[in-house]
Design a protein around this ligand. Structure first.
Ligand code: AMP
Length: 413
């Protein structure tokens, strides 16, 4: 029987893994610059956590969760996103008692039973930021600024930031009514999903991907006119902060995002080809909803696979140099090669030795195929004189060099 990775999952092979590492390092660098610390939560959580926080009516909870019962009859779910888990950890470990705000970042796999296609997987990866305890627009601005700088650093072409306010539990119900008043006569024209949304969450009709629904949504009333004064002020202060930070944005009154917990700010970074590469927003009632004290929060999640596709050009430049290859010219020199490799590694030079028992020609071929820049050749004669041969694989030039000078020489070349 031939096994294949399950549909919607991917292996990250060694060549690719290097690009993942570079991207992860880049993200960490920006997190450090802004004072965010890493949190690692489990891959699975109690199903109820997601039902309660993400929302029963969202696509994620109603259609896309990988849920299972364990051997003790617990209902568990592979995390479809990490905000809920971060809130759970924030409460469980009393991070709310420490200095506020609490600024966290995470990275790791998420699981959604979505229809796989380019840039959409069932196991995908996210980087994310969560900021708890600060309700001011400056906190939203900080999350967006970090995201923007990180994305800018990846030289993503045609990066766009779209932003909206989805109001709060005070002003949203009136807008919801307005929207329903507009939508109800269109009952027969919207897609079945949207018809279902009429009753549960009509705002989601605004970001339905169906062409017909999109054209109907284009003429729908917009939320901006229904925002209560505090939500309106929050939004305008945030937009002003973004202008002062010279972060370009476009207000998209139809941006609502697929998770129920958003209040006030919702935003998305998009680019040509990949669509949405990151999305986030404010969730001022989520902590309370999960059993904690009233605690405002704001966050963002980046889709790592999409970032890598969008930033392809950026990481092509970085190809980590392969190790120096230590070849042996003659029988029984394998141990000597191991010792020399240990000397080089102790000096911080990456080194590999022959493990396949090939002759010198075969070893040279291997080093060439691996793209090794330098080759060290160990022969009987050189060994007895405490020398080695160092060959530059690009120019083909080779020199004899004292063994004790080899590490220093390789470090500077
Ligand atoms: P969300 O958690 O739905 O707000 O999504 C945040 C980001 O994660 C999106 O902008 C995408 O880049 C990425 N993303 C969401 N779902 C998937 C998926 N199924 N496959 C790959 N990336 C995804």
């Amino acid at each position: 029987m031939k096994y294949k990775a399950p549909r919607g999952t991917r292996d990250i092979l060694p060549g690719d893994a290097q690009r993942w590492q570079l991207l992860e390092e880049r993200f960490r660098r920006y997190c450090r610059l802004y004072g965010f610390s890493e949190i690692r939560t489990p891959i699975f959580e109690h199903t109820e956590l997601f039902q309660r926080s993400v929302g029963e009516e969202t696509d994620i909870v109603s259609k896309e969760m990988y849920t299972f019962t364990d051997r003790s009859a617990r209902q568990l779910t592979l995390r479809p996103e990490a905000t809920a888990a971060t809130v759970r950890a924030y409460l469980e470990h009393n991070l709310k008692e420490g200095p506020q705000p609490v600024k966290l970042y995470y990275q790791g796999p998420m699981f959604r039973y979505d229809r796989p296609q380019a840039g959409r997987y069932r196991q995908f990866h996210q980087f994310g930021l969560e900021l708890f305890g600060a309700g001011a627009p400056a906190a939203d601005a900080e999350i967006i600024a970090l995201s923007y700088e990180f994305l800018q650093s990846l030289s993503i072409k045609d990066l766009k930031l779209e932003i909206n306010s989805v109001g709060c539990p005070l002003c949203r119900p009136a807008y919801r009514e307005n929207l329903l008043f507009y939508l109800q006569p269109l009952e027969k024209e919207v897609c079945p999903d949207c018809l279902h949304r009429f009753a549960k969450n009509p705002l989601r009709v605004l970001d339905c991907k169906n062409e017909k629904c999109r054209s109907l949504a284009a003429a729908a009333p917009i939320i901006e006119h229904s925002l209560c004064p505090p939500c309106g002020d929050h939004f305008s202060q945030l937009l002003r902060a973004l202008e002062r930070l010279t972060i370009p944005f476009a207000v998209n009154p139809r941006l609502v995002r697929g998770l129920d917990y958003y209040t006030r700010t919702a935003f998305e970074f998009l680019c040509d080809g990949q669509g949405s590469v990151a999305g986030g927003g404010r969730y001022d009632f989520l902590v309370e909803h999960c059993g904690g004290p009233p605690t405002p929060g704001v966050g963002v999640a980046f889709g790592v696979e999409r970032l890598l596709l969008a930033a392809e050009a950026e990481f092509l430049k970085f190809n980590a140099a392969p190790p120096v290859f230590i070849a042996t010219a003659g029988e029984g020199l394998e141990e000597e090669a191991l010792i020399l490799a240990a000397e080089l590694r102790a000096g911080g030079v990456a080194a590999e030795t022959e493990l396949m028992g090939r002759n010198l020609k075969g070893q040279l071929k291997y080093a060439g195929r691996k793209g090794c820049r330098h080759l060290v050749i160990l022969g009987e004669r050189e060994l007895s004189q405490n020398m080695v041969i160092l060959r530059d694989m690009v120019s083909g030039v080779q020199i004899e060099i004292e063994r004790g000078q080899l590490t220093g020489r390789l470090k500077t070349s």
